[in-house]
Unconditional design. Sequence first.
Length: 96
Amino acid sequence: MRNRFSKVVRLAAVGLLLAPVTALAEEASAIVIVADTRQLTGLRAWWGALYNESHLYFALLTIMAVPLAGALLGTLADWLMGHVGIDLKSRALRES
């Protein structure tokens, strides 16, 4: 009997804690998330407009652009370090 009463008290406490969340959940559907593109020009304006028009296209383009930018920057860094004299292709340790 005591265990059943403590379970009921716990469920009532959880219900009281979650009551404000359920009350606010109805108002959250009115929120619209958009990028403010009024002051943007060029590529930033296009990127913001893409975000506002289609979150799917924005996500797909971002998924394609981030690895491409990483590969380009990594290649540039490798080339620059090679010209400076840092050899990243050899695994031999030359600390002796």
